[in-house]
Design a protein around this ligand. Sequence first.
Ligand SMILES: NC(=O)c1ccc[n+]([C@@H]2O[C@H](COP(=O)([O-])OP(=O)(O)OC[C@H]3O[C@@H](n4cnc5c(N)ncnc54)[C@H](OP(=O)(O)O)[C@@H]3O)[C@@H](O)[C@H]2O)c1
Length: 251
Amino acid sequence: MSWNLQNKTAIVTGGTKGIGWSIVNQFLLLGAKVIVIARNQANLNHQINAWQAEGYAVQGIVADITDYQSYNAILSAIADQKIDILVNNVGGNLPKKFVDYTQQDIQSIFNLNLISNIRFTQCLFAKLSAASGAVVVNISSIAGLEDVGTGSLYAVCKAAIIQLTKSLAVEWAPYQIRVNAVAPWFTSTERINTMLHDKSLQDFVQSNTPLRRIASPDQIAHAVAFLAMDASNYITGDTIVVDGGFSAERK
Ligand SMILES: NC(=O)c1ccc[n+]([C@@H]2O[C@H](COP(=O)([O-])OP(=O)(O)OC[C@H]3O[C@@H](n4cnc5c(N)ncnc54)[C@H](OP(=O)(O)O)[C@@H]3O)[C@@H](O)[C@H]2O)c1
């Protein structure tokens, strides 16, 4: 059973920064061809050029994954390619007190973290079912499993992603499409590193993490890569927590 991603083609949403960038990088190192989706054209071009200069097979598509009108253009850009792996990585938080969320906040959080994941996965069904043993990996969060005080609506969406992962794994098993999720805890992306300048937050995270260190994006990407490989081809409907023991200590 192969412990690599050779001859696989993957789509990674939000692959130019943070955890998504590490997932793309890991997939390339393991031999996959990767199609990267992000909104900022200049940054996407910069990253794609850097990977291509190292000899990797990588393609960029500029799109906002919450804009469902853009899906036809994405499908056209990949029309002649098989797709073996979809990583739904785009997501983001807007922490507020529950009563302060406006209608616009609610729509935007649900669109970004849940509905775009649903719509984009639906959109790729024909491609995934045509591949032999395709894989979907959804990026959830520890916030979807435990109350971590970072905003209730993001938590609701990330919990829904975990249930969606289970339900879809069963529904798509007849097509041999596996569906799994990864749930990270605080991970040292650029965005989170800015937040962690707040010493009290840094102390909170470290003191509540049995391994007493904050995850690197690569540590999340390693779990995603495992789930994407044929080496994990009897695992479906599962969520791997990558949290340095945080949730184990809370149980
Ligand atoms: N970092 C953490 O501590 C942590 C913990 C638990 C879970 N997570 C989850 O992990 C995932 C990645 O988080 P991250 O912290 O690595 O994010 P990040 O550093 O903010 O990076 C987000 C990536 O997604 C792209 N993106 C954002 N909105 C997009 C949209 N609407 N359409 C297309 N691309 C979009 C961004 O590029 P453009 O701006 O160019 O579009 C960028 O490449 C999210 O689902 C997040 O909820 C993160």
